[in-house]
Design a protein around this ligand. Structure first.
Ligand code: PMT
Length: 402
């Protein structure tokens, strides 16, 4: 998890829908990430969930009434509006979406939406026919045109018995959206291709050569790049990780397939971050049927695969290209050699012989070497934090190359 919510003041407005129960879970997630969460509720929301539940989860008093002598004395709705780093209204009913679109302010949730200068996010939730109604869609479009982040409703079973679009987005999606809202969009306008995971090079239909890469490092980079405002395409080898919210994904299996996908995406990209552990060799022959066990040994002939980074070097232009170097010895020396030979702007050299770092582990450490002669050593930390530190460095260096 990233640390971008540490100490941030997040307002969460609840309006009257059954999906209020998901917002209770969201409060828990936000608090776990270090946010200071203030909940606001309309009278209708209080029919579904009590303020006491949300007060207990958030650790802050809940705003329910614009005219309450005690609530206005303790925090006050304008102070809440001023305090906010982001304001999410979830669930947002059709009625509240209409009020927001037209600037009505007749309860604490809609009044604070008008009063705050913080980014406003709206996550609608309602019956599918209501959601698809032109009135609701026009109101949502109007909000989006005004700069409000509309988080589309998800499709599935609805509490009313219908099936279709109208479900409140899941709490992890809402969390990712809030994290993005409080993160400076330093990569807005960038289209970043990130590769992750291993490749598989088949010997026969059931056996393959591969490596221990889990994809964790590359997926953390993709999620962090999206939070910073980039459009992100993740090209992934076979891994068991869910796609980070907001990120587009292409799945590949072999080094040859990864080359095809990356070369295709590279033409539209402004940056490439090659974190995948691409096989350097593949069997010269892939047998069409399963090879039967025999008493004698099996000698394999291996051929080099295409070097993706090296082959894209002639088309680099002013794209920012980052390679990784996975080493077990002379980490810095071999990293520097790859920086030069592959024509990179930055190489992230990591020691994959350490049991607590590198492949599969949740933690990693790295030395960042750039083409301007810079060198930064990043100590052991979790991969989400390391991804942030790598992107901080990319953002700094990008200024010099763009
Ligand atoms: O996935 P995790 O479990 O989280 O582990 C993360 C990691 C250890 C895999 C990651 O941090 C890492 O080091 N990735 C690069 C692994 C690798 O293949 O390194 P390399 O030194 O063999 O290759 C150097 C660079 O060339 C890499 O950017 C690689 O993507 C690229 N390459 C390699 C082979 C090839 N045929 N084409 C390439 O472009």
């Amino acid at each position: 998890m990233s640390r971008c919510l540490q100490g941030k003041h997040i307002l969460l407005g609840l309006t009257g829908g059954i999906a209020c129960y998901k917002s209770a879970e969201l409060v828990r997630l936000l608090v776990r990430e270090g946010a200071d969460v203030h909940v606001l509720m309309t009278p209708a929301a209080q029919q579904f969930l009590t303020p006491l539940t949300l007060q207990s989860l958030s650790g802050n008093s809940v705003a329910t009434d614009l005219f309450s002598l005690s609530e206005e004395l303790h925090v006050g709705h304008i102070r809440l509006a001023d305090l906010a780093d982001a304001y999410l209204i979830a669930p947002a009913t059709a009625d509240v979406v209409a009020k927001l679109a037209h600037g009505n302010a007749d309860d604490v949730v809609t009044t604070v939406a008008l009063a705050t200068r913080a980014p406003l996010l709206v996550a609608p939730s309602m019956n599918v026919n209501m959601y698809e109604h032109p009135a609701v869609q026009e109101n949502l479009e109007r909000l989006a045109r005004r700069g409000v982040r509309v988080i589309p409703a998800a499709e599935g079973e609805l509490a009313c018995g219908w099936h279709g679009k109208g479900r409140l987005a899941e709490p992890p999606v809402l969390l990712a959206e809030v994290e993005r809202a409080v993160t400076p969009p330093v990569f807005a306008g960038e289209r970043i291709v990130v590769t992750a995971g291993p490749t598989r090079e088949f010997l026969d239909p059931v056996r393959f050569l591969t490596n221990r890469s889990s994809g964790k490092m590359g997926f953390a980079l993709a999620a962090a790049a999206w939070r910073r405002g980039a459009e992100v395409m993740l090209v992934s080898g076979p891994v068991s990780l869910p796609t980070p919210h907001g990120v587009a994904r292409r799945n590949v299996v072999s080094a040859a397939e990864m080359y095809e996908a990356v070369a295709d995406e590279f033409s539209r990209a402004t940056m490439l971050v090659m974190c995948a552990a691409v096989a350097d060799y593949r069997p010269a022959v892939c047998q069409p049927t399963k090879v039967k066990k025999q008493s004698k040994g099996w000698t394999l002939e291996l051929q080099p695969t295409i070097d993706i980074l090296a082959s894209l070097k002639p088309q680099k232009g002013n794209r920012f290209v980052v390679g990784f170097a996975a080493e077990t010895d002379q980490v810095e020396e071999f990293g520097r050699e790859k920086l030069e030979r592959k024509g990179l702007d930055l190489v992230v050299a990591n020691d994959v012989s350490r049991p607590e770092a590198g492949m599969e582990a949740d933690m990693n450490a790295a030395i960042l070497l750039d083409r301007f002669g810079g060198r930064i050593e990043l100590p052991l930390m979790n991969k989400a934090d390391l991804a942030e530190a790598i992107l901080d460095r990319i953002a700094e260096l990008r200024q010099r190359t763009a």
